[in-house]
Design a protein. Structure first.
Length: 78
């Protein structure tokens, strides 16, 4: 069954590639657009991380409070 799945995924990848190649008419365009999309996502993620760093102490405090709340809720008094 696993081999059938692997073959199906390989064929699906080939079909997707053919559709993309037909859409862009050129493999250079596919690579160019892929690089542009990946670079955009990478730079966006860096920007998002940089803009969220000031929330880190709040996240840590909230996480600690949540863990202690969970511990208190699940602890059994002996």
């Amino acid at each position: 069954m696993s081999q059938l799945y692997d073959i199906a995924m390989l064929l699906a990848g080939i079909v997707i590639f053919i559709v993309i190649h037909y859409t862009f008419k050129n493999i250079r365009d596919v690579c160019f657009w892929s690089c542009k999309i990946l670079t955009t996502l990478y730079l966006w993620s860096l920007l998002w991380i940089a803009t969220q760093l000031h929330h880190m102490p709040e996240w840590k405090a909230s996480f600690t409070d949540s863990i202690w709340t969970l511990v208190n809720m699940t602890s059994q008094e002996l």
